[in-house]
Design a protein around this ligand. Structure first.
Ligand SMILES: *[C@@H]1O[C@H](CO)[C@@H](O)[C@H](O)[C@H]1NC(C)=O
Ligand SMILES: *[C@@H]1O[C@H](CO)[C@@H](O)[C@H](O)[C@H]1NC(C)=O
Ligand SMILES: *[C@@H]1O[C@H](CO)[C@@H](O)[C@H](O)[C@H]1NC(C)=O
Ligand SMILES: *[C@@H]1O[C@H](CO)[C@@H](O)[C@H](O)[C@H]1NC(C)=O
Ligand SMILES: *[C@@H]1O[C@H](CO)[C@@H](O)[C@H](O)[C@H]1NC(C)=O
Length: 476
């Protein structure tokens, strides 16, 4: 349980570091769950997810293309696509030769990520296909150095990010591989044998931690087997006690069937998780700019990409309810982040330049959304001095914004971030609280940002007595 209502409001850095260096974790969830979250993660709020691999070559259907072609329940469209366009003896492994990354400039990626305003990045070091983007000792001839790009894609991106930006570098890693013979052997033995984790998964995890020192390990592909099969708690105890990233690393919750949403530094619960109410254990909403895929899709239509308005809505709701966002882009096999993804990221960055004080380092307020205005979501500054009302839709034909949750006093001030017009006039909403903000003086065309407007309120209280309502607690 995230016992952190108090911690959220007290400066956590020193406190957390002292705990990390003194504590020894034992390989069980009781002990691992006692670790406090390294403060950088909650303060960062925004990360970028990158799904890149051999699946970026066919870039058909999704990053699950191989499985949809050769898995248990083949998808007819994928089968037909392969029959029509490839010779009958073509194998998935043949795509790896065509993964060339010939236009991959990691410094260009670093610049785009920096411009997005994101504070961390998570790259798929290895997806369920098993192809490692680094020269793994445990992935003979099925890695980016031996086949395809002929370079260490993980190392090259890590260097560029670290040399050029302050963005924190993290890695996604899939525990299972759809078609690895050792995994299939263990599966046939109902996971009573552990050939695959012993010879593949676990050595690989140690290898990426020691070599690239990722501050995020975003585990996935855990669901077929128990955490005991993966020896997840054994790995995590080493990670937290002894690894080179022990004081800064954060991990998600995908470490074996039944573990998701119960254990881990932050919860993901499902892809696109965004419950719309406060979740008191730190969590993350991973979602993707192409609504239908994490990997690049050549057949994607314009309408398949989320708009900047949709992206900011997702972002604001997530952060006001205690989450981080991890926003996905799927680069091409030739190594480019396509302009539509780049545009969304740069738009987000331009919004954050104006409104970042409502996002980074913020904490949930007593209310997450307003009681009468369904287009408003709140955040607050850590010191409690400022409350931010994020307005998703600017209303038509009115000069007033009505909010139900804030309680004003004579010293209340209200301003609109990115407006040069100075403080706004307001009046109390009535005896039971609320505020009516006068926006008649705001010239929308002169604002520094075109979407999701943020009102900063100071010397404001809420009509709620406690920080968190009992029913807001998740029953994990
Ligand atoms: C970037 O970082 C790596 C590793 O720290 C280093 O070897 C390299 O010289 C740095 N500079 C450039 C321009 O890549
Ligand atoms: C990184 O952070 C340091 C310390 O806050 C700062 O001086 C530096 O300018 C930052 N670099 C970039 C590229 O933002
Ligand atoms: C699990 O991992 C720990 C830590 O690396 C190790 O000591 C232990 O032997 C492993 N257990 C199994 C069953 O592999
Ligand atoms: C917003 O707040 C109200 C309570 O004021 C609640 O009933 C509602 O479910 C909340 N969530 C959304 C998504 O509107
Ligand atoms: C404002 O008016 C436009 C054009 O009539 C309409 O498309 C839009 O949905 C309206 N917005 C709101 C918040 O009512």
């Amino acid at each position: 349980m995230y016992s952190s209502t108090a911690r959220i409001f007290s400066a956590g850095i020193f406190y957390s570091l002292i705990i990390f260096t003194n504590q020894k974790y034992t390989p069980d969830w009781d002990s691992l769950d006692k670790r406090s979250l390294p403060s950088w993660y909650d303060e960062s709020k925004i990360g970028i997810f990158i799904h890149w691999g051999v699946f970026s070559v066919p870039s058909f259907r999704s990053e699950w293309m191989w499985y949809s072609w050769k898995g248990d329940n083949p998808n007819p469209e994928t089968v037909a696509f392969m029959e029509k366009n490839y010779p009958p003896d073509w194998t998935y492994a043949d795509f790896a030769e065509q993964f060339r990354a010939e236009f991959f400039d990691p410094y260009e990626w670093a610049d785009i990520l920096e411009a997005s305003g994101a504070k961390y990045v998570v790259l798929t070091s290895k997806h369920h296909e098993g192809f490692t983007l680094w020269p793994s000792k445990y992935s003979f001839n099925w890695n980016a150095m031996d086949v395809g790009p002929k370079r260490d894609l993980v190392g090259d991106l890590a260097d560029a990010i670290r040399n050029r930006t302050n963005i924190t570098f993290g890695l996604y890693h899939s525990l299972y591989e759809w078609f690895h013979p050792l995994f299939l052997e263990d599966k046939k033995n109902e996971f009573k044998t552990r050939y695959f984790p012993t010879m593949k998964t676990i050595p690989e995890l140690y290898e990426i931690v020691e070599k690239y020192k990722p501050a995020v390990i975003w585990s996935d592909g855990d669901w077929d087997a128990q955490d005991t099969y993966w020896n997840s708690t054994g790995f995590l105890a080493w990670l937290y006690n002894e690894s080179p990233v022990k004081d800064i690393v954060v991990v998600n919750d995908r470490w074996g069937s039944g573990i998701m949403c119960k254990h881990g530094d932050f919860y993901t619960c499902s892809d696109h998780y965004n419950p719309g109410h406060l979740v008191t254990h730190k969590w993350e909403n991973c979602f993707t700019i192409d609504k239908n895929s994490w990997g690049f899709r050549r057949s994607a239509k314009f309408s398949d990409y989320i708009s900047i308005e949709e992206l900011l809505k997702e972002l604001v709701i997530t952060i006001s309810t205690g989450g981080n966002v991890l926003i996905n882009v799927g680069p091409t096999a030739y190594g480019k982040i396509a302009p539509i993804f780049e545009e969304r990221l740069r738009q987000m960055g331009s919004w954050l330049k104006v409104n970042g004080e409502a996002i980074y380092h913020s904490v949930p307020w007593k209310y997450q959304n307003d009681t009468i205005n369904s287009n408003v979501w709140y955040t607050a500054s850590k010191d409690g001095q400022s409350v931010y009302a994020c307005l998703l839709v600017w209303p038509n034909s009115t000069s007033e914004i009505n909010l139900g949750a804030p309680v004003t006093s004579a010293s209340t001030t209200v301003s609109l971030l990115g407006s040069s017009g100075g403080p706004l006039n307001w009046r109390s909403g009535g005896a039971s609280g609320g505020i009516v903000i006068d926006v008649s003086s705001v010239k929308i065309y002169s604002l520094a940002s075109d979407w999701t407007w943020v009102f900063k309120m100071q010397n404001i209280r809420s009509s709620k007595a406690t920080v968190v309502d009992k029913e807001d607690y998740e029953n994990y």
